[in-house]
Design a binder for this molecule. Structure first.
Ligand code: PMP
Length: 403
């Protein structure tokens, strides 16, 4: 009754920005793909069987037993000191040297994107992104009523050689990219391009937002230095996350950058949510102080590497000629290009009929959407189901190609 009455009330005039805030097409797809009979490779979910559930439970119990009142109290916006210190020493091992007051704990790296957008962007400003790009970042930027400048990407990541053109046409205020195992493509920015991009940003004084939730999930090849570690002039903010290394439900991420910008982000975060959950931060700090994080990462890399290899081998086995895909060295996604003339949007319902799902690539494009791509996730299914899923998908693509 109440619901019926509420829906009859007149709508309120919403903020201008809401005209740009569309519900994510991917969320709608994920709802359908969740059907229990469907083998879905659509989501971006880590493998839940690898969450260190017991260690996380123990860390929470210990924090509550030893220091329960502080763990349940309001705390500082910057974040819990020992967690920030752990992040500082962990990043130093990866070649990124920062002081504790250059680290802000965020509610996942998604919040880092939002805070940086709020700090930098006015309506009509230009954000430069790789095309295709992480969808939820595009959504965040759209909420600030910005325009996008795009540069393409290839197997070595963002086409840095195309930046001069893009910047000459429209001066961006921010460059956003995912250099490691990009979402959606799974590709990684080469070392040469990393140097060139940082030099470019320094020359033009444009801030780079380096979003790096997957960097620890490298299962092949050599670790590459972060953009932030190559920067000596304070033009990079680096975002990290515990979502893919511990568990996304903790909602723990961090932003690292020039002290002055981190101070601005802290003020914005205070106005947004006061601080990230005290209990989660303290439990994570406790966990990381005694848990073999490197061994845990090794296990994740082993499992994801095997799943990726399985998916690549199954694609080889089942996809018709003319289908192409990326070969990630880490992360969670493969990007597939369909044979000429085929559309992933048109294929999606046919695949669902055969009980297999993927995400069509079109929503990931910041400029004209292209329909011949799909994103496949391999982290969330065991090898046997990956093979079965690719068998179903290959059959759907082959049969719709013949029609
Ligand atoms: N950036 C990228 C590229 C992502 O793929 C994701 C998660 N899908 C996020 C940021 C957000 O992650 P979280 O907020 O859980 O750290």
């Amino acid at each position: 009754m109440l619901a019926a009455r509420l829906s009859a009330l007149p709508a309120f005039p919403l903020a201008q920005r809401m005209s740009r805030m569309k519900a994510s097409a991917v969320r709608e797809i994920l709802k359908v793909a969740e059907r229990p009979d469907v083998l879905s490779f659509a989501g971006g979910l880590p493998a839940p069987e690898l969450f260190p559930v017991e260690a996380i439970a123990q860390a929470h119990a210990d924090v509550l037993a030893d220091d329960g009142r502080a763990a349940l109290q309001y705390s500082t916006t910057e974040g819990y000191g020992p967690l920030r210190e752990w992040i500082v020493s962990h990043l130093a091992e990866r070649g990124l040297h920062a002081a504790t007051d250059q680290v802000l704990i965020t509610n996942g790296s998604q919040q880092g994107i939002e805070l940086v957008a709020k700090m930098m962007l006015d309506p009509g400003d230009v954000v430069l992104v790789e095309n295709p790009s992480y969808l939820a970042a595009l959504q965040t930027f759209s909420g600030f009523e910005v325009n996008f400048a795009v540069v393409g990407s290839d197997n070595d990541g963002m086409r840095v050689d195309d930046l001069e053109r893009a910047v000459a046409e429209r001066k961006p205020k921010l460059i956003y990219l995912v250099p490691n195992f990009q979402n959606p493509k799974g590709t990684t920015l080469s070392l040469e391009r990393r140097h060139a991009l940082v030099r470019f940003a320094q020359r033009h004084r444009i801030l780079i937002l380096e979003d790096n939730p997957y960097g620890e999930l490298r299962f092949r090849g050599e670790h590459l230095p972060s953009l932030a570690s190559l920067d000596t002039e304070g033009v990079v903010i680096n975002l990290g996350s515990f979502s893919k290394t511990l568990a996304p439900g903790l909602r723990l991420g961090f932003a690292v950058g020039p002290r002055e910008l981190i101070r601005h982000l802290t003020v914005i975060k205070q106005a947004t949510d006061l601080h990230t959950a005290t209990l989660a931060q303290r439990a994570a700090a406790r966990l990381l102080s005694r848990f073999d994080f490197n061994a845990h990462l090794e296990q994740l890399r082993g499992v994801y590497g095997e799943r990726c290899e399985t998916m690549l081998a199954s694609l080889e086995k089942y996809m018709p000629a003319g289908t192409r895909w990326t070969r990630p060295e880490g992360g969670m996604f493969i990007w597939v290009e369909l044979p000429r003339g085929m559309s992933a949007d048109a294929l999606f319902p046919l695949a669902l009929d055969k009980r297999v799902a993927f995400v069509p690539g079109s929503p990931f494009f910041a400029s004209e959407p292209r329909s011949e791509f799909m994103r496949l996730n391999y982290s969330n299914r065991p090898p046997e189901l990956i093979d079965e899923g690719m068998r179903r998908l290959g059959a759907v693509i082959s049969s719709s190609q013949q029609q």
